[in-house]
Design a protein around this ligand. Structure first.
Ligand code: BG6
Length: 498
């Protein structure tokens, strides 16, 4: 690795002084993820004592009340990592400013709080619904507090289709240059996802195999046991395609399928990801029903718990046609990937909570051993992203005994065990990178646009289909149409093989 690549994927160096303004500062994401992540960075000595973290929200709260609320949540979410002495230092950085995002006059208080610090890094983190992005951008600009070195962090969802995403991007683009905009896909902040980059581009071993002719097919699964929790209303307007595929699964696909970038700088990596998105074969009305499967969970048993059906969840329309499960056969029209299907699958209330990538290699061209290995190729690389991070390579070996009998065995690597170090939480890394000004793990506007361009026609084809999502029992692996989707090509989903 050269020096540049080392720096562009690292967020561990000491940060410069900064002001972080957290819109949605009392919200769920801020309390559950962002503030605990900042606490951890502070604990690791990565936040200087002259930095400030300003929670911003509509509620009339005193600074003390805000700090007390943050303390309670940090204690709750950090568990043993919460230390009173660290908290004393961290809490001294916290402040609170009451701002109703749509009230121009409230921004004067924010301007006042930021006064005299225009020369340091200033970050506006918009952890609110996207419907407020336009008002916030307009008022920040009118209040004259977006400095040339300010950074704007945007939480997903970035729109509900290409058109609305463009509107958001135009709005933010009117007050900041592209190089100041940090669009979050928290999957890119996951240690395990960066390990994919390490695996592919840190080792010469895989590259010659990473292509058509060597790989038969690829499966990417992000399965959740959780249902829609308290987000029924949001989820019912969104669905799994927009909530998970447009962003997280496509980003995983990009990292797996992209050409080796020239270095790990933000644009080198993002240029390569963009090429993958643009090479995705469009799926439209003619083939959407063949190449996609969607489902909606009914009641069932997940783990040990009996759970209600999606339509019984709070905030969900009892006649909802929103999908809680999606499977898609994606094809990438490039020399490297022509003819290699990438099967994407995600859903709520599935049998197991797991994020994994399964790469099935081609069988040997001519076998000198007896066995059914040609139909079911033996070599498989399973990269488990969560809950635990592991890499397993399945190979054939001779089973002990007189006969020459081959059996599959696994070469397994448990990365948690190997490194015995605490992995960074996604938001710890992403906040660190934004503070350091490193855009590599954030989405560029053209990537977001290209992703929507592939997703929108699928959505439209589904809207035109009268049948709607197929039901599946909570605790299963989704609707039967998901198994048929992959069975049509002669394959099975990895988890259904054992
Ligand atoms: C979010 C989705 O982006 O990702 C949620 O909105 C989903 O619906 C979550 O549960 C999954 O993230 P993770 O990190 O738990 O895999």
């Amino acid at each position: 690795m050269n020096t540049e690549s080392r720096s562009s994927l690292s967020s561990r160096s000491a940060a410069p002084a900064f002001d972080l303004v957290l819109f949605g500062g009392t919200g769920d994401l801020a309390m559950r993820k962002l503030l605990p992540a900042l606490y951890r960075r502070f604990m690791d000595g990565l936040i200087p004592a002259d930095a400030r973290i300003l929670g911003v929200a509509r509620s009339e709260l005193s600074c003390e009340a805000f700090v007390t609320k943050v303390e309670a949540k940090c204690r709750q979410y950090l568990g043993d990592a919460f230390k009173d002495d660290v908290w004393t230092g961290f809490s001294a950085l916290l402040g609170y400013v009451k701002v109703d995002a749509t009230h121009a006059q409230d921004y004067q208080a924010l301007s006042h709080a930021l006064a005299g610090r225009a020369d340091i890094v200033r970050i506006f983190f918009l952890s609110t619904g996207p419907d407020l992005f336009a008002a916030i951008c307009r008022e920040l600009s009118a209040a004259g507090i977006v400095t040339p070195t300010s950074r704007i962090m945007l939480e997903k969802p970035l729109g509900e289709d290409g058109e609305s995403a463009n509107r958001i991007n135009d709005t933010v683009g009117a007050i900041a240059r592209e190089s100041q905009i940090y669009r979050i896909d928290h999957y890119l902040g996951k240690e395990t996802v960066q390990n994919l980059l390490a695996l592919r581009f840190g080792n010469a071993l895989f590259e010659p195999l990473w292509r058509r002719g060597q790989i038969r097919h690829v499966q990417i699964t992000v399965a959740e046991q959780l249902g829609v929790e308290s987000r029924g209303d949001f989820y019912d307007r969104t669905g799994a395609l927009r909530d998970m595929v447009q962003n997280h699964l496509l980003q995983l696909l990009c990292i797996l399928a992209m050409e080796p970038p020239a270095n790990s700088s933000a644009d080198a990596v993002r240029d390569e990801k963009l090429k993958v998105l643009r090479a995705l074969r469009p799926i439209g009305e003619a083939d959407a029903l063949l190449k996609t499967a969607r489902g909606q969970y009914r009641s069932g048993v997940v783990g040990a718990d009996r759970t209600v059906g999606y339509r019984e969840e709070a905030g969900v329309d009892p006649e909802s046609r929103t999908e809680t499960f999606v499977a898609i056969k994606a094809e990438i029209d490039t020399w490297r990937w022509a003819g290699v299907p990438f099967y994407l699958r995600t859903g709520k209330r599935l049998q197991r909570a797991i994020g994994e990538i399964v790469i099935t290699f081609e069988a040997v061209p001519h076998s000198i051993f007896s066995g059914p290995f040609n139909a079911d190729p033996p070599n498989r690389l399973v990269i488990q992203l969560q809950p635990d991070e592991s890499i397993t390579l399945r190979i054939l070996a001779k089973a002990p005994g007189e006969a020459m009998r081959l059996r599959p065995v696994d070469l397994s690597l448990d990365l948690g065990e190997s490194f015995k170090a605490r992995p960074l939480e996604a938001y710890e890394r992403l906040l660190g990178d934004a503070i350091q000004g490193n855009l590599t793990l954030f989405m560029r506007r053209d990537e977001v646009e290209a992703a929507w361009k592939w997703i929108d026609p699928i959505r439209e084809a589904w809207d035109a289909d009268h049948d709607g999502p197929r039901p599946y029992a909570a605790g299963s692996w989704g609707p039967t149409t998901s198994s048929s989707l992959i069975a049509r090509d002669g394959f099975t989903w990895y988890d259904e093989t054992f």
